[in-house]
Design a protein. Structure first.
Length: 381
């Protein structure tokens, strides 16, 4: 799969934009949804920011253990001829922080889509979805039903592509690695192992430091009882690597084991299962730092801010298919000047991280439903 395959903004956001629109617009008018919808979104956005911060911290602690030398970084950059321009201009892109913020609002959304300018397109779709959510139900349902149908059809196409992707990725990786000696390949394998360990450690820290304490303090559930209640959902997510495929099991756990009312569970779980991606956000934050270190691209605080902002926005568009978090990294890579060929390496080793981050996504969804339900009960009392 060539780098241009990742760079085609038209196809990527043809897939992800309907999912984002359906997830936000499907909430309905926030004034009528009330506190439940607002608090669910606030919880998701807050935990996503926490996940990105934890990802950066974990990456800073673990990735220096990866045995990549300056000569090896230079060799990787040289092998990335198609993306050498992105690497050369990384500093220029990172230092234009004010322009980065201003250009998040597109003057022409259609032009942004055609040019593959993905972040402004995400912002526009989110604004459009919020506006659609305020429409009368019959008009809103017409838009969301169309978006749902388009999402399902396009996800099916993505699944077909992903079935063949490993063959192309194997050929590309084998061809690329044939240029290097055995020591370099061994060091690269070790670096990849450090990356996977960093992702798993970060996800564990997110659960232990953020999600479980929130459940204990707000939801008044002990960690042991809570883990037993959601165990089936976590195992389903771990095996299928799809949050939406796990949704029926999540609803059952929310209603029968966590004692959340059916309306409350049905209202809070599907939106978070569509746009709640705390595990994906943490993985993407670590991936940005890993590829930057792998290719020797300096980020600095400004680059980390732009990368974090891009990861936050891109996490809203992750489709519910395996390895979708890799394709959604394109905005963060283009924003920080990272070579898109790094995505090929990530995609080739994604199965293990995908299982853990999907499980964490489901953990975050059920945590959101539990915490919001507990807050609502307190207000009613």
């Amino acid at each position: 799969m060539p780098a241009d395959g990742f760079q085609s903004g038209a196809f990527q956001h043809t897939v992800k934009s309907p999912a984002l629109f359906a997830g936000v617009a499907g909430l309905g008018d926030l004034r009528r949804v009330g506190r439940l919808g607002v608090r669910t979104l606030a919880f998701f956005w807050g935990t996503t920011l926490a996940a990105i911060l934890i990802g950066f911290v974990v990456a800073a602690l673990f990735l220096p253990l990866a045995p990549i030398t300056a000569d090896q970084q230079a060799a990787l950059r040289q092998a990335t001829a198609a993306d050498s321009g992105a690497v050369r201009h990384a500093a220029e892109q990172i230092t234009t922080g004010a322009r980065f913020i201003v250009e998040l609002i597109p003057s022409n959304p259609v032009r942004a889509a055609v040019d593959g300018n993905l972040l402004p397109l995400i912002v526009f779709i989110t604004i459009f979805a919020v506006a659609a959510a305020a429409l009368p139900d019959e008009k809103r349902h017409a838009l969301t039903d169309l978006a749902d149908a388009a999402t399902q059809a396009l996800i099916r196409i993505v699944r077909w592509v992903l079935l063949l992707a490993p063959i192309g990725i194997f050929a590309i990786v084998a061809s690329a690695l044939s240029q290097f000696d055995v020591k370099f390949i061994v060091d690269l394998i070790r670096a990849v192992a450090v990356f996977i360990v960093a992702v798993i450690a970060g996800l564990a820290a997110l659960i232990a430091v953020v999600l479980l304490p929130v459940v204990a303090l707000v939801g008044r559930l002990g960690p042991g009882r809570y883990l037993r209640a959601i165990r089936a959902s976590l195992l389903m997510a771990f095996s299928t690597t799809s949050s939406l495929a796990t949704l029926p099991v999540m609803l059952e756990a929310a209603e029968s084991d966590l004692r959340i009312s059916r309306p409350g569970a049905a209202r809070s779980s599907p939106p978070c299962a569509s746009v709640g991606r705390v595990g994906s956000a943490l993985f993407q934050a670590v991936a940005v730092m890993f590829v930057a270190r792998l290719y020797g691209v300096p980020l600095g605080l400004a680059g980390m801010f732009q990368g974090g902002a891009a990861v936050f926005l891109a996490s809203l568009t992750v489709a519910s298919v395996p390895s979708a978090s890799i394709v959604s990294l394109v905005p963060a890579f283009t924003t920080t000047g990272l070579p898109l060929t790094g995505l090929q390496l990530l995609l080739g080793l994604d199965r293990i991280p995908d299982m853990f981050r999907t499980m964490t996504n489901v953990f975050g969804t059920l945590t959101a439903a539990t915490v919001v339900a507990a807050v609502e009960e307190e207000k009613l009392e």
